[in-house]
Design a protein around this ligand. Sequence first.
Ligand SMILES: Cc1ncc(COP(=O)(O)O)c(C=O)c1O
Length: 306
Amino acid sequence: MTDTQFSPAHGIAFIEGAYMPLAQASVPLTDRGFVRSDATYDVVHVWQGRFFRLDDHIERFEASMRGLRMSLPYSASEIASILMECVRRSGLRDSYVQMTCTRGIPPRGTRDPRLCQNRFYAFAQPFVWIANEEQRRDGLRMVVSSVQRIQPEAVDPRIKNFHWLDLTMGILEAYDHDATVAVLVDRDGNVTEGAGFNVFAVRNGVLATPDRGVFEGMTRRTVIEIAEESGIPCEVRQVSAGELRAADEIFITSTAGGIMPVTALDGHIYGDGKPGALTCRIQDTYWHRQDVGRFCTNVDYRDGAA
Ligand SMILES: Cc1ncc(COP(=O)(O)O)c(C=O)c1O
């Protein structure tokens, strides 16, 4: 079969009850998800043919929907089956799988969000990495952005959302400074998060990650659990930008890449410029956790794409 943008391996989407090549999938222009960022979503990954924490991701997605007063006609197990089917049809062994709920299309002549029928969109596409292979091996360069993270009192970051302009401006600022990623601070100068990731600082063998103004990432949760099980102290609390600068090691966490070391912040090189020992240890444990165990759900690829 020729490899075109419509090949299953480029992604499969589910919209309005139908599966289709991702390249063919589209959103109606008047869906408030598109014109008002009135949507929530979640991203789960499949690694070597297994979903990681699928039920936890769907549970978080449902909590986000409740937070925005949205609902869908699908149960958690129906959502799981749809995501599974997208991956099965794609044949992808390593995949980035997104589920989205938008407010939907307002009936003509009204802007009342309550009158919209919420819509569900899902897709599986090849695994997405925040950082390329070399950056993951050697460490990422980060900047502390001059753009502040949107205040949690305005948009609750615990509900995964499309309000990404602050995060996107951060990415642009990082590129301006020859860095890969930017971390945003709040109005008091405390560290929050960056575009698609949470942040950890390591100092004297103790991990610290912000408790407030952040999306409570699944990878962050996994790191907190790994730390607890491995006897590594981990504090979930306010972390100032100054404390981040003074860290021994820094790493970021995301479903799109796992645990990724940061070896430079605002041009300052950490340690010997190589990923720190504790970061590497946690990174190894994280990837081992994808192999087997209670967090893994096998994808059944039978009768899917070749
Ligand atoms: C703003 C933000 N923070 C943190 C994360 C990391 O969350 P997770 O580990 O669940 O991928 C994401 C993921 O996309 C995100 O968008």
